[in-house]
Design a protein around this ligand. Structure first.
Ligand SMILES: CCCCCCCCCC(=O)SCCNC(=O)CCNC(=O)[C@H](O)C(C)(C)COP(=O)(O)OP(=O)(O)OC[C@H]1O[C@@H](n2cnc3c(N)ncnc32)[C@H](O)[C@@H]1OP(=O)(O)O
Length: 216
């Protein structure tokens, strides 16, 4: 499916609207203490609502028609995608050479009771480190991610993430990042160092050729 004119902005807005509805569903479904019969009714209604969306779907190597791969528009990214049911979503912007991210994690991201799962913190950091690496002009793939968990990350609390590139050594780019709460940006909760490797042309072709070949 291709969209042009006003169709694409409208489609992107619709996908983000669906994403917001799905995230509300995930939050309520994770936190609910509704009666069992209500849960059973909801499951049936959700299956009915999902069915028409499954009538036309893209294949593994097809880019979503609303995305712009080279332009960095990824509506279903599991960390930043506004169309994703799973993304917090993390919102990232630049302040000079530093990438700043903000998000709030709901019940679905819980690991230790009332705190975020450690893998979720690593996922957020991988994404913002990757963003910093990309906007520095040295895009690459993560080959190593070291995370240090200093204090638990609270749910339902606005979080602040930072990331910046610290070294470029041939094809290897190193970046460091942090998670704190927005209210206490000097109290470190999680820190990470990521090593990224720039792909050689033949590696990019081997890994992403089928996707790039199909996206228009
Ligand atoms: C705005 C958009 C923002 C986007 C954000 C995206 C964030 C998400 C990023 C990801 O999650 S990417 C997905 C997770 N990563 C992967 O799936 C990558 C899997 N790894 C690979 O496919 C291969 O390692 C790769 C193609 C990247 C590189 O293969 P190579 O065979 O070229 O690696 P090679 O072993 O030759 O190493 C290349 C360089 O990296 C170095 N290296 C490799 N692994 C390393 C490591 N673990 N630590 C440190 N350095 C490492 C290695 O020493 C060498 O340095 P030198 O060139 O200086 O000799």
């Amino acid at each position: 499916m291709s969209e042009n004119g006003n169709g694409l902005p409208r489609r992107r807005a619709a996908i983000s609207d669906l994403g917001e509805a799905l995230r509300l569903l995930v939050e309520h479904a994770t936190a609910t203490e509704a009666p069992t019969e209500e849960i059973l009714r909801a499951a049936e209604r959700i299956r009915q609502a999902a069915a028409p969306l499954g009538d036309r779907v893209r294949g593994r190597f097809d880019t979503a028609s609303a995305d712009d791969l080279l332009g960095g528009v990824r509506l279903y990214n599991p960390v930043t995608g506004t169309g994703s049911a799973f993304a917090p979503p993390l919102k990232i912007h630049r302040e000079g050479d530093v990438a700043i991210g903000v998000c709030t994690l709901g019940r679905a991201f819980e690991g230790p009771p009332s705190f975020a799962h450690g893998g979720v913190s690593a996922m957020l950091l991988d994404q913002i480190l990757g963003y910093a690496v990309t906007v520095s002009g040295h895009p690459g793939m993560t080959v190593q991610l070291d995370t240090g968990y200093r204090a638990p990350v609270p749910l339902y609390t606005p979080l602040r993430l930072t990331a910046s590139v610290t070294a470029v050594d041939g094809r290897r780019i190193t970046a460091t990042g942090t998670i704190t709460t927005a209210d206490e940006p000097t109290m470190l909760l999680v820190e990470a160092t990521g090593v990224f490797v720039a792909l050689r042309a033949e590696q990019a072709q081997r890994l992403f050729g089928p996707v790039i070949g199909r996206s228009g």
